[in-house]
Design a protein around this ligand. Sequence first.
Ligand SMILES: Cc1cc2nc3c(=O)[nH]c(=O)nc-3n(C[C@H](O)[C@H](O)[C@H](O)COP(=O)(O)OP(=O)(O)OC[C@H]3O[C@@H](n4cnc5c(N)ncnc54)[C@H](O)[C@@H]3O)c2cc1C
Length: 383
Amino acid sequence: MKEPLYDVIIVGGGSTGLFLGALLVQAGFSCKVLEQRQHSTTHSRSIGIHPPALERLAKIGVAEQIRSRGVPVQGGVAFLNKRRVGKLTFSACPPPFPFIVSLPQCETESILASRLIELDPSALSRGMQVIRMNESPDEVGVVCLGGDQEINYRAKFVVGCDGMHSVIRKMTGILFTGGDYADSYLMGDFQDSTAFGPDAAIYLGRFGVVECFPLPGGLRRWVVKTDTLLDLPDASALCSLIDQRTGLKVDETTCSMISAFKVSHFTANTMSKGRIVLAGDSAHVVSPIGGQGMNLGWLDAFALFEVFEVVLKEGSSHSDQLFSTYSDRRLKAAAKARRRSELNMWLGRDSKVGFLQNGMIRLILSPIFQKSFARQFTMRGLE
Ligand SMILES: Cc1cc2nc3c(=O)[nH]c(=O)nc-3n(C[C@H](O)[C@H](O)[C@H](O)COP(=O)(O)OP(=O)(O)OC[C@H]3O[C@@H](n4cnc5c(N)ncnc54)[C@H](O)[C@@H]3O)c2cc1C
C-alpha cells in the first residue's frame, strides 16, 4: 500500500519546525514533523523571545503561556567601566508586547511541542532521522531511519528546519557560506543575587563585555567575552571574570548550566529549490550575541506559512515565484540581523579605541535615539 501524501513534511522538530507545524495543522493542512531526537533537549540555550515573534506565536495560542512562564524583560541597564551610564527601556514599544520574554529554549520548545500535539496527536514523530530524499515533479519522497527500520513518507513539499548542519540543505545542493568570528564567550545560569530584577544589564569597558539576563525560577544568565575559547568551561572561572569586570559576586555553587562557545555566521544562497524549502538555522546562522537566531526562524516560519496558505489552497502554478520571493525577503532579514549582531559584538569588544564604543553607547541611550535603538534591540524591521 502506498503511504499517504502529506501537504508538508517538516524535517526537524526544533523551535522553527514545531512552530511551522502548529501553524499548518491549525489551518487544516496535513503535516508531519520528523525529529531525530527521541526526547526534547534540556539545555537552556536560547532565552530571548522578541515582540515580533510573540505576535506570531499568539496566532497558535501560546504567547500568553510563554509570557507567564518566562520573565518579561522591560529594559537593560548599561555600565561603562563599572559606572552606570543609563538604561534602555522597551516601554515605548507598541502593545501588547512592550518587552522581551526570557525563557529557556527547552521550555519554549516543550510549549510548542505540546501545542502541536494538542492540534494533531500524530503530527510529531520523534526518533525519525531523515537520511534520503527524492523529488519528482509532483511530490517529494522522504526516507527516515526509525530505530533500525527505514520508513518512507511522501509530501507535496518538504521544509528543512533541521538546523545549521541541515541534511536537507546538503541533499538539495544549496550552498552555505560564512565563517567564524574571532570572538568567544563563556555563559552560565546561576541563582540571581543581583538587584536588577526583571532588567537585563550590560557592562562594557576595557576588559570585554559582561551581559546578564533574568531567567524564571530566580535564576540569571551570565555571558562574558573571553580572550580564547575555554576547552573546559567552569563556573569558578566565569564567576571570577564577572567579579573582576563588574564587582558583582555570583555564587558559583548555584550554577545550573555552563557552556563556552565561539560564534559564526552562515547564509544559504537560496532558501528554496523546487519543492524543498528551508527555514531557521538551516538557512542562516547569526551570532547569538543579540539573541536573534530562534526568533528569525519563527519569522521565517510565519512568512512560509503565508506562502503555503496560497500554494496549497490555490494550487502550485506559481509556487516557484512565491517561494523565491519568500527566500529573497527572509535572506534580507537575516543579513540585517547579522549586521545588528555584529554591532552588538563590536560594542562588547575590549577595543583599543574604546572612545568609539563609549560614544556609540551614549548615542544608544540618548533620549533622541532610544526609541529607534529599542526597535532594533526588539527585532523590529526583520519581519
Ligand atoms: C549559546 C546560544 C544562545 C542563543 N541565544 C539565543 C537567543 O537568546 N535568542 C534567539 O533568538 N536565538 C538564540 N540562539 C540561537 C538559537 O538557539 C537557534 O537559532 C535556534 O535553535 C534555531 O532553531 P531551528 O529550529 O532552526 O534549529 P535547531 O534548534 O538546530 O533544530 C533543528 C532540529 O532538527 C533536528 N534534525 C537535524 N537533522 C535531522 C534529520 N536528519 N532528521 C530529523 N531531524 C533532524 C535536530 O535534532 C533539531 O531538533 C542561541 C544560540 C546559542 C548557541
